[in-house]
Design a protein around this ligand. Sequence first.
Ligand SMILES: *[C@@H]1O[C@H](CO)[C@@H](O)[C@H](O)[C@H]1NC(C)=O
Ligand SMILES: *[C@@H]1O[C@H](CO)[C@@H](O)[C@H](O)[C@H]1NC(C)=O
Ligand SMILES: *[C@@H]1O[C@H](CO)[C@@H](O)[C@H](O)[C@H]1NC(C)=O
Ligand SMILES: *[C@@H]1O[C@H](CO)[C@@H](O)[C@H](O)[C@H]1NC(C)=O
Ligand SMILES: *[C@@H]1O[C@H](CO)[C@@H](O)[C@H](O)[C@H]1NC(C)=O
Ligand SMILES: *[C@@H]1O[C@H](CO)[C@@H](O)[C@H](O)[C@H]1NC(C)=O
Ligand SMILES: *[C@@H]1O[C@H](CO)[C@@H](O)[C@H](O)[C@H]1NC(C)=O
Ligand SMILES: *[C@@H]1O[C@H](CO)[C@@H](O)[C@H](O)[C@H]1NC(C)=O
Length: 505
Amino acid sequence: MESLISWITVLFVFALRLCAAQDPPQPFPPVDSYLSTTNILNHSSYVDSLDEPQWYLDNIPFVDFPDSAIQDVYYYRASVIKRHLKFAHEGHGWSFTEFIHPVAWASKLQTIPDSAPHHMVECRWLRNPNFVKDLIQLYTRAGVEAISGISYTHYNHRAIYEAAQALGDTTFLTSQLYGMIDSYNLWNATIDNTTHLYHRTPLSDAQEFSLPGYVTGGPNGGPVQYWESFDNDYNTIWLGPETYRPNFNSYMVAGARAIATVAQLAGNTSLAQEWNQYGDGLYSRMLDMLYDNDLQFWIDVVEGTNLPVVGRELIGYFPYRFDVGTGTNMIRGLEAGLNEHEFITQYGPTTLEQTNPYYTALKNVTYCCIWQGQSWPFSTSVYLGTLARLARNNLSSIATPQLFYQAMETYALTNYKDNIPYTAESHYPTINEWSGDTTNHSEHYFHSTYFDNVFTNLIGIIPTLDNRIELRPLVPSNWSYFAVENLPYHGSLISLLWDSTGTHY
Ligand SMILES: *[C@@H]1O[C@H](CO)[C@@H](O)[C@H](O)[C@H]1NC(C)=O
Ligand SMILES: *[C@@H]1O[C@H](CO)[C@@H](O)[C@H](O)[C@H]1NC(C)=O
Ligand SMILES: *[C@@H]1O[C@H](CO)[C@@H](O)[C@H](O)[C@H]1NC(C)=O
Ligand SMILES: *[C@@H]1O[C@H](CO)[C@@H](O)[C@H](O)[C@H]1NC(C)=O
Ligand SMILES: *[C@@H]1O[C@H](CO)[C@@H](O)[C@H](O)[C@H]1NC(C)=O
Ligand SMILES: *[C@@H]1O[C@H](CO)[C@@H](O)[C@H](O)[C@H]1NC(C)=O
Ligand SMILES: *[C@@H]1O[C@H](CO)[C@@H](O)[C@H](O)[C@H]1NC(C)=O
Ligand SMILES: *[C@@H]1O[C@H](CO)[C@@H](O)[C@H](O)[C@H]1NC(C)=O
């Protein structure tokens, strides 16, 4: 059965209906007031109950979906974005925080590098392009990591490119070239000079209590045998050893390739070649050391000892999201984890395969952040990007549009607390409850994407720097209607309607 609504049949409405009857008059003109908007949906009705509805009317695309969870979480996540958006001051402009309450480990302006790329790809869908441009420049103008030192890993370089693909702003992108290179090179300090791969402790990869810590934190630096034992090194279990992680190395491959693309756009072919070669070389080193051919899966390898950490962690799904490791055999390996015995649970995916001896569904320490099974929106939002890429290109009989949609629905349902949309840090993978949710700390945690999964994955708007729009929806065939209104794309506002009976809108 045809499960995809062909993009050809999706009805485009480019500012066709200009009946401004519904929205209240704007007290101040929004930043893009020179553009034509449509008023097909009743915008106020979605945001009336939110604080300062005018902000939403001016800044977000409006959506109308038959799936109430996916829709309700969308408007809630709009409020998450707004809660974290800060105007620093003239000079820095806008930025986004990861926590609402300031934390000691944040960098300048309470930005934290590991959440910055999520903010970039998420907020490329807001109508004011300065939000995301200012955040990008906080990093490319050496405002954060060059001052305080590199800390957490991130995919900023790729995210800068992805943001520009939605903005359609090549001039802005090429103006970031040298800032991207300089910030990329700060990571040289984490290259091992024998393997030439990047390494970091799982803690500095924003994923403490990960599998590498469990296989090196036990007696004599070996695997943990019993959780309560004087022979365990709990510090190592927590931080993890310096590890070559496939997600981190794929961020660096994708980042080098993004720099190459930007250099090419800037007309510097030799520089583009240099960065493509660097990215390809790094990829081949990843493939040699971090790909387990028996498991057909990306694994962690401990730096120094080169100990392979055999087992599937959800980070093995990350490279594909960044177009790294896209071979057919690799897809077969990704498929092998996509079932209820491995990663898929009611509030999953789990961050460690359930068959792993170190997996635990119940977090039994008070510490916030455990990555041996808990469901983390950070990881889920990246994983959804991988599933969407496989599904929309019909590359798998397992990662199908139906499987993607189930995963998207699961993600939406995970973003609830007491039947009200809500995002905290981590969620029990099998129980309807957040596991990392500290008062005055975890509320409305912004370390994941949701808008981007809706627009790029579910609705299938594939941003490109070319002067065109590509649509590959993964919307289920029984959605008889849906609408996306006033979505910023390449300096225009786009409205998209699907109405199979022609009576809904
Ligand atoms: C739009 O929704 C608002 C809030 O729910 C309501 O007050 C208003 O009457 C609606 N407007 C129209 C034209 O239906
Ligand atoms: C990082 O390594 C690259 C490639 O070897 C080199 O060109 C660059 O100068 C280095 N950057 C820093 C900051 O050390
Ligand atoms: C490799 O790095 C280590 C520590 O960073 C340093 O002590 C050593 O001299 C380096 N080796 C080479 C061959 O550069
Ligand atoms: C390309 O970039 C390199 C490195 O920054 C620079 O030395 C060279 O002049 C650039 N070439 C062109 C044609 O802009
Ligand atoms: C929780 O308890 C289980 C079973 O005792 C153990 O395997 C697991 O490692 C413990 N928690 C953490 C944080 O590791
Ligand atoms: C997807 O691929 C399968 C197997 O290659 C093929 O039979 C099927 O027709 C394809 N479906 C679509 C929608 O292209
Ligand atoms: C949370 O913060 C509020 C406002 O500062 C304070 O009144 C409240 O006691 C705090 N709650 C806890 C559990 O710390
Ligand atoms: C579409 O089908 C799914 C699965 O059969 C069902 O759960 C869902 O409620 C249906 N949605 C609509 C809008 O009919």
